[in-house]
Design a protein around this ligand. Structure first.
Ligand code: 8OZ
Length: 364
């Protein structure tokens, strides 16, 4: 055992965390194919991980158009809300806390995954240099259609409705997915946003969609139950910007006024290197934020302890480690070895590599 602050409770807005170890959002592609309802093993999977201070659910599309991969769950239909209820009840029964990640992929999709076989929507008609999974295999993302200005208010409202649906499903709150090259990130960056209206061009205009979504979601369920994830320095899904530090400095300063439950940042390249061009960018951005900060990406136990104990972060989110270590909190507390995950079962499939990873006690 250790006396690090990492293992102590925290209060993030209305969210009470038993410790500062967060389960990062993890796409697992095990939803019911016909209606994107969370799969039958999802309650067990999440409940096994309920000792996390906070669970952030896998990204869940807020509308059929928000989907970019086969077998990801939604949060827009009554059946999906019912399916998620079983998850939140199972987590709460184990004393855990769970928020739902609100996801719209924008251009990171393919006609085959879209209603009516239509093109995906995006700020501009610029194809992502990325791939998606359509259920048969990996395929290049499709050329998107640029959103009409008149469509944007309803799109913003879709995030707010997703947040209300999440609360109806028993979630403690939501995390807005603003990271990894998906819709909000596409608006932020000039590589994907070449609009000439109020949502493109200047940094004030490119951050407008983000701020409108944050305001709508916070207005719907309370800022104290709303978190946001950003990945300022990540090239995920072919995203690019001529000056990301300028964009994200403006965004993060502007977020302070909302009093969100937390800001969750992917430091460096998502699922990749923590290195950045100067090495100090993430610390510079973090210093601009006044509220609770969840750090993520490639943290070891020692890094997490150092980060929380120094005040650099208020909590640390672990992704892959939570896949293969349902009892990650206990293992970190005891400084026990961590199990390695099997990449072949990360995305899609059944119980194997999903609900069959043992705790340390079960393995012994
Ligand atoms: C891995 C595979 C598919 C999607 C993200 C939601 O990067 C994802 C994702 C990750 O945020």
């Amino acid at each position: 055992m250790t006396s690090s602050k990492l293992f102590t409770p925290a209060r993030f807005g209305a969210l009470e965390l038993a410790n500062r170890i967060v389960m990062a959002p993890l796409t697992r592609n095990r939803a019911r194919p016909e209606d994107d309802v969370p799969g039958p093993l999802a309650p067990t999977y999440y409940a096994q991980r309920a000792s996390a201070g906070l669970i952030i659910s896998e990204g869940s599309q807020i509308s059929p158009e928000g989907k970019g991969y086969a077998w990801t769950p939604g949060i827009y239909s009554p059946a999906q809300i019912e399916g998620w209820k079983a998850v939140t009840e199972a987590v709460h029964a184990k004393g855990g806390r769970i928020v739902l990640q609100l996801w719209h992929v924008g251009r990171v999709s393919h006609n085959a995954l879209q209603p009516g076989g239509r093109a995906p929507v995006a700020p501009s008609a610029i194809r992502a240099e990325s791939r998606t999974f359509d259920g048969n295999g990996f395929t290049a993302t499709a050329e998107p259609r640029a959103l009409e200005l008149a469509e944007i208010p309803a799109l913003v409202e879709t995030y707010a409705q997703g947040a209300r649906n999440a609360r109806a499903a028993g979630f403690d709150g939501v995390e807005i997915h603003g990271a990894n090259g998906y819709l909000i990130d596409q608006f932020l960056r000039d590589g994907s946003n070449q609009r000439t209206d109020a949502y493109g061009g200047s940094i004030a205009n490119r951050t407008r969609f983000l701020f409108e979504v944050v305001e709508a979601v916070a207005g719907a369920i309370g800022a104290d139950r709303t978190g946001l994830r950003l990945s300022p320095m990540s090239p995920s899904n072919g995203i690019s910007d001529s000056d990301p530090m300028a964009v994200f400095s403006h965004a993060i300063k502007g977020l302070n006024r909302f009093g969100l439950a937390y800001l969750h940042m992917v430091e460096g390249a998502t699922q990749g290197s923590r290195e950045t061009p100067r090495g100090t960018e993430m610390a510079e951005l973090r210093a601009l934020y006044d509220g609770n900060y969840i750090a993520n990406n490639g943290y070891t136990r020692a890094m997490a302890i150092a980060s929380v104990d120094s005040g650099a972060a208020d909590a640390v989110a672990f992704g892959r480690a939570f896949i293969s270590n349902p009892d990650l909190v206990a293992r970190l507390a005891a400084d026990a070895p961590l199990a390695e995950g099997d990449r072949a079962t990360y995305y899609g499939g059944g119980a194997a590599g999903y609900t069959d990873y043992p705790t340390l006690a079960e393995a012994a």
